[in-house]
Design a protein around this ligand. Structure first.
Ligand code: VJV
Ligand code: CA
Ligand code: ZN
Length: 396
């Protein structure tokens, strides 16, 4: 299969793929937008293209309690490990549930096997980090991770355990500086907050920003870390607030410019890239006009830097487009993006789920009519200007 599709191992470097199929069996609830099944669909498309022959494939174990406690408070973990789905106390109208640690509401429901689901996501991310640290992998992929909103002692925005923070903490045992980049349509608030006080991690999030109408409402251009001069984390949070409808062209211009400057100044020894696919056009929760090509261009830019890298998943609420993006990005990681057919493989399972048989649907195919672009070029230049000035305060 690998021979016939022309997909071979990349030359001179190694890619590993970390997943736990048990994760995909969990449900947040019938109509909840977060569908772990999108991982099944992504993986089946990746395998259909024969890409598994070009990577080291690992079935990962669940993270241990001690590993989760490297970031999370034990009080929170103990509650997460013992709480039962029926245990949320609610008032008579079944409204305003009395939430502990923000658990049991509609965003972060309690469901059967919740603790297992969380520890599996963290287990994949941690295995990916360990392959990078041991230098057995140059790029490690954990599409089941990327749950960037979870806090030390609080669930938030479909995220219960912050697998990214746990993985970065592992990288920091070996690497002096880690660059975190987040292209999910939502602000990567949990990761930003976790590394607020250190100059060893720089966090960069690109996101839709509207403090009153879009979750989580944080991540303004001038939120750049602690304001105190004496705090080493000052200036180490970069935020790129965007409006509805941004296009591939604009996003790539911003991404290459901003990440290029940051890498030059901060000189990261490893990169953690959260590839949330809800920044794609046609996402159920997202607002951007990105196509699979533009989303993938971010991965390609980072890959060309030749810095060890973990690719995380994250958001993504239109499963067919999530699968397209993460398949294309896996092909970029193994450097076969120019070899794979843009027509979905004939034998791909659930092929009818994709609606069109292409890996790269046009905006018209995705949306009917594209969402209006509310990102004037002038505003994008202001953002670049702000980040450029911010970086003057970062010591190299
Ligand atoms: O906007 C919010 C919070 C509310 C309270 C809860 N209601 C349901 C929605 C408004 C203020 N939450 C966001 C959370 C987005 C999380 C994104 C996660 C990631 O992609 O960044 C990383 C994995 C939100 N937006 C949309 C929804 N919640 C939403 C939740 C539902 C739903 C429909 C929309 C939960 C259950 C059901 N439908 C059945
Ligand atoms: Ca983001
Ligand atoms: Zn998101």
């Amino acid at each position: 299969l690998a021979e016939s599709s022309g997909i071979t191992r990349p030359k001179g470097y190694n890619v590993s793929f970390h997943c736990n199929p048990e994760m995909e069996k969990h449900h947040f609830g019938m109509t909840h937008p977060m569908k772990p099944w999108r991982l099944t669909l992504s993986k089946s498309l990746i395998y259909s293209y024969g890409m598994s022959f070009a990577m080291d494939n690992y079935l990962t174990r669940a993270a241990t309690y001690e590993e989760l406690a490297s970031f999370h408070s034990t009080d929170y973990l103990d509650f997460l490990g013992t709480v039962l789905p029926e245990a949320v106390p609610r008032d008579l109208e079944n409204q305003n549930p009395d939430l502990k640690y923000n658990l049991g509401g509609s965003d972060c429901p309690l469901f059967d096997g919740l603790y297992d689901y969380c520890s599996m996501s963290a287990g994949s991310a941690l295995d990916a980090a360990r392959k990078i640290v041991s230098q057995q992998s140059d790029i490690a992929i954990a599409w089941g991770g990327g749950l960037h909103h979870a806090k030390k002692a609080e669930a938030s925005g479909f995220c219960y355990i912050n697998d990214i923070v746990i993985a970065i903490l592992e990288l920091l045992r070996f690497y002096p500086r880690v660059l975190y980049i987040d292209i999910d349509v939502h602000h990567g608030d949990g990761v930003e907050e976790a590394f607020f006080s250190t100059d060893r991690v720089m966090t960069v999030s690109f996101h839709k920003y509207d403090p009153n109408n879009f979750f989580p409402g944080t991540g303004a251009l001038d939120d750049n870390g602690p304001k105190s001069e004496h705090n080493p984390g000052a200036h180490h949070a970069v935020n790129v607030p965007l409006n509805d409808g941004i296009t591939d062209e604009q996003y790539d211009m911003l991404f290459n410019n901003i990440i290029g400057k940051i890498v030059e100044k901060f000189r990261p020894s490893a990169i953690a890239l959260q590839c949330g696919a809800d920044s794609l056009a046609g996402d159920r929760l997202g607002r951007f006009n990105l196509q699979v090509q533009g989303h993938g261009a971010c991965v390609e830019f980072c890959k060309r830097l030749n810095i060890p890298m973990i690719l995380f998943g994250g958001g993504g609420y239109t499963p067919r487009n999530v699968a397209r993006a993460w398949t294309y990005e896996t092909s970029i990681a193994i450097n076969c993006q120019d070899k794979i057919s843009p027509i979905l493989p004939e034998h791909a399972p659930w092929r009818e789920q994709f609606r069109q048989d292409t890996l790269f649907p046009t905006l018209e195919q995705i949306l009917g009519e594209p969402r209006q672009n509310r990102n004037p070029q002038k505003r994008l230049q202001e953002i670049i200007q702000h980040v450029t000035e911010q970086l003057r305060f970062v010591e190299s």
